[in-house]
Design a protein around this ligand. Structure first.
Ligand SMILES: [Zn+2]
Length: 269
């Protein structure tokens, strides 16, 4: 089941802030922000999207820090939330599909995700336009030749351990490893380097469904600011104060209705 990942992670005491209050923008303010966001995206030259657990909750996958999130309940000593679907049966959300359409339209240049549910790849974001910072539960990789294998089943281990399968390249045959990080694992340069490069180039980094709590991943959107880029956060928690208000648009709403409005942007280009 899809909590497999959370249950496989080693236990740590300090998981950062959890259970923060959720805010929803009043409807008039929300409408203004959506219009503002649409104009920004339409004018953008290098749009990068940065995603977190909040874009997969509508797929039946629990988040980590929301009121019913995995870390929140763990902190409160409660049982972990029930996932309505196993990972392998979860299907991409409206948000995943809206991003695919933006990519096909040439507007979205790169996606960076903290999620390990594999839904960006399954929805059709090209692998070369995606950094999965914390790995992918369905991906095995060959440490010898670098080949990647995207499976239709969840790989049994996490923590970059050897799995029970081997590379199918006849000249290689090395033992494969899972790609999902445990707490102590460093972010892999293969995912981190392109993510950094695109954030530096970005005129907008659109953060969807993330409370930007996990370092160093959460520092990536900041790299856009140095080049004059802006950061947009769509999330239910209040935005962190380290962004200057001039460079930040914070939209307090669930992500699907916001990304659905992107369809109008594509149709107007
Ligand atoms: Zn190999």
């Amino acid at each position: 089941m899809s909590l497999g990942y959370a249950e496989k992670l080693s236990f740590i005491e300090d998981v950062g802030n959890v259970g923060m209050t959720e805010h929803f923008d009043p409807s008039t303010i929300l409408r203004e922000k959506i219009e503002q966001l649409a104009i920004m995206i339409k004018k953008s030259k290098h749009l990068v999207v940065f995603t977190g657990a909040g874009i997969s909750t509508s797929c039946g996958i629990p988040d980590f820090r929301g009121p019913k999130g995995i870390w929140t309940l763990q902190r409160e000593g409660k049982a972990l939330p029930e996932a309505s679907l196993p990972f392998h049966r979860a299907v991409p959300s409206l948000t995943h599909m809206s991003l695919v359409e933006l990519e096909k339209a040439g507007i979205l240049k790169f996606v960076i995700s903290q999620n390990v549910d594999g839904l960006h790849l399954r929805s059709g974001i090209p692998r070369e336009k995606l950094s999965e910072l914390h790995g992918n539960s369905f991906m095995e990789t060959c440490p010898s030749c670098g080949a990647e294998y995207f499976r239709d089943f969840e790989v049994e281990t996490i923590g970059l351990k050897e799995t029970s399968r081997r590379c199918s390249d006849a000249k290689c045959g090395a033992r494969l490893k899972d790609t999902v990080l445990d707490w102590e694992d460093a972010l892999p340069p293969k995912e981190m380097n392109p993510a950094e490069k695109h954030c530096k180039q970005a005129d907008i980094v659109l953060c969807l469904g993330t409370s930007l709590q996990i370092t160093p991943a959460c520092n990536l959107p900041l790299k856009a600011l140095r080049g004059g880029g802006k950061v947009v956060i769509v999330n239910l928690q209040v935005c962190l104060p380290f962004f200057s208000p001039n460079h930040l648009l914070c939209v307090n709403e669930v992500v699907d209705p916001i990304t659905l409005s992107f369809n109008n942007i594509r149709n107007n280009i």
